[in-house]
Design a protein around this ligand. Sequence first.
Ligand code: ADP
Ligand code: MG
Ligand code: MG
Length: 875
Amino acid sequence: KKYVYLFQEGKASMRDLLGGKGANLAEMTQIGLPVPPGFTITTEACNEYYSNGEIFPAGIWEQVWPALAEVEAASGKLFGDKKNPLLVSVRSGAKFSMPGMMDTVLNLGLNDDTVEALAANTQNERFAWDCYRRFIQMFGDVVLEVEHYNFEQILESAKEKQGVRYDSELSAESLKWMVIEYKKKIERKTGKPFPMDPRAQLMEAVLAVFRSWNNDRANVYRKINGIPHEIGTAVNVQSMVFGNMGSDSGTGVAFTRNPSTGESALYGEYLMNAQGEDVVAGIRTPNPIATLAQENQEIYQQFVDFSKRLEAHYRDMQDIEFTIERGKLYMLQTRNGKRTASAAIRVAVELFHEGVITKEEAIMRIEPDQLEHLLHRRMDTDAKLQVLAKGLPASPGAASGRIVLSAEEAERLGNLGEKVILVRTETTPDDIRGILAAQGILTSRGGMTSHAAVVSRHMGKPAVCGCDALKIDYTQGLVVIEGVEYPHGTIMSIDGATGRVIKGEVSMVDPELSEGFKEFLGWADEISRLRVMANADSPTEASNARDFGAVGIGLTRTEHMFMDPERIPIVQDMILAQSLEDREDALAKLLPMQEEDFYGILKAMQGFPVTIRLLDPPLHEFLPHSEELVVDITKLRMSKADPGSLHDKESLLRNVRALSELNPMLGHRGCRLGVSFPEITVMQARAIFQASARLLKEGYDIHPEVMIPLIMGKEEFIMMRKLVDDTAAEVMSEQNVQIHYKVGTMIEVPRAALLADEIGKVADFFSFGTNDLTQMTMGLSRDDAQGKFLPIYLDKKLMKTDPFVVLDRDGVGKLIGIGVNLGRSTNPKLGLGICGEHGGEPNSVEFCHIVGLDYVSCSPFRVPIARLAAAQAAV
Ligand code: ADP
Ligand code: MG
Ligand code: MG
């Protein structure tokens, strides 16, 4: 088997076998760029090393030595030769670049003899000993595992002894002294002298690369990034070129475009008289690449040329390493450059305009989730930050404000115009108003899908969750981080994109929907078949959604409107009414308020459909908690105050208890409320149609769609639809207008999906409510599963992903497929969509495309992500 490929034998498409670095070194060699000669030991060799029980595959060295001979021939030097020694670098390189694996060893092949030869040949003693001390240090650190600081100490004392500041000022004498000290140190630490045989050095270095594939750092990195363990790493052995030969030599790194903005201009740094990592290690301050033009116009021009060739060849922005040896330029690495989300978009858009890539390719170049960074206010990257702790990056965006420990306080201060960060162990639905009033949310418990995280993402509010380092002392009104107390009112900042908790205020920059970004998303819309709508509960959210390109509202949750502090007492009256009359009184008060809500939303979304869901949650969600009432009652009893209010509280408590359910998710909610209390449905329908009538008379183009939640079959739907249709007819005749509206249903109970043909006959549209549909199909209560046993399922690989985040295609998806096909079989015009968290998750959006839905609906801030995901699904 072939384990070794010379650079001239490989190519870019052989990444699996040669690793990214090796494949690109081969490709650069093939297209005629000046790459120092070398060869790559394959990833297969690494894999066999492990499957053999950590022994080298048989025959590998019989391939390495001839390859090395080719490199000797190409370079005109001989490995280990005492006259003209070849030195090589040994570089690891897996298919995906992986920090945490073995670092590169440079100048391998040096020993006490070859160093003298190098000095003589170059007539540069200082240079030769500089290479040697670097080699011993790298080999010692990386291969022999003698910790770095051991060498650092010796280096420091050499500089001190000679009285210089920079490594580059060290004299040959100092360097020789260092070599002696380094070797002593290594012998003391490892019990063996530093290896002098170049071939033994090479074998050990290759072994170290293979072993580094399996070290803890690398394993952890692969786990976090979902890189398979079985792909192995390649090893590149390459003839050295020297950037440390004097002032006509140097080394640098450059991107063909600016990786943070995407601007089309070389961006990079270099250092003269330096080797390898010196540029990034911050030993001296490197110069911006542009000044290379002054240093050496010819080399600069050549580099510009090469980088243009590489970009054109790879058809993407490149990240390039180069070295100049005595006025000659060498290319040492190229790869597609990592970039920020905004740079990624700018580069893709400009590459299209330059005729390099197609629109489809541009669309496929961006990870939908990357866009999230562009859609929220974020920290000024130049700001200096004092990071106190780190939690989970639960909802992107950044915020600064005074910390407050309760929702009430958040609301109070928020209403006074103060900026606050709501800090809680975790949040509950009771905290909604506090969350609304706060700039950002910080919790010490709960994961990426905790209440705080989900709600914050929905609202587009920054949140950091599960920050363990944070101890909250509610009684004293302070938080403690690493033993330091921060009383409430202290100004802090959170960065929801990285999970950082920062002391003090941090300057922020607004999200920019650049022209390029808009153009890019326009292409996405041209390509996709799925339409993207938004879940929005207020006119502001609706217009946000429009700005982000939503073509309608797929879900308006009317219950959020009921939570308004002014309305909640009336809502409670409605719920607790003992007679129909009392209830209708309360409903009459709610009607004009709801009408205003719908008026605002329909107006903000004019021209597009607005899907309004009738009241859905169990009623007790609008009532106070029984524990709180018990506390109040006890207090009232002790103070022997006003028996009237004690009596009121007691009867409220009785009612709350009567309404409490053992299993509210499967309880009295959804259309079941309308079945029990048709007058609620009628009020909501009236509010919708009265708002519609007004808008029509004002000349707006509106498309209301009424959505009935949680049906089990057609019977409930028919009953609810009649209430809606009758109310519509009444309003239309009262107002003398014709309103075009639709009535459809959510499919969120499995039975409804199974009976979709029956329901399709009477409904105008289906919206798959995948949050509930997942709960009910899998028999999983989201709030009980997430953060409790779901992580165990994921850990034990019983599930690949959290089904509340990524739609479960196998089960829930199958039901959706059944619902789609049955529904269309009886009603070819049936509108089909999805609302629920999955509507903004790229993998789930792809499924929606495949299963044939017409639209997805997601939170406004995820609309651009869904637009891109929808386009990618269609490519
Ligand atoms: P990393 O993956 O960490 O970038 P590399 O293998 O690319 O590691 O090498 C580390 C540094 O050494 C880089 O600056 C690279 O340009 C330099 N380098 C690697 N091989 C050679 C060589 N043959 N001659 C000169 N410099 C080299
Ligand atoms: Mg590199
Ligand atoms: Mg639901």
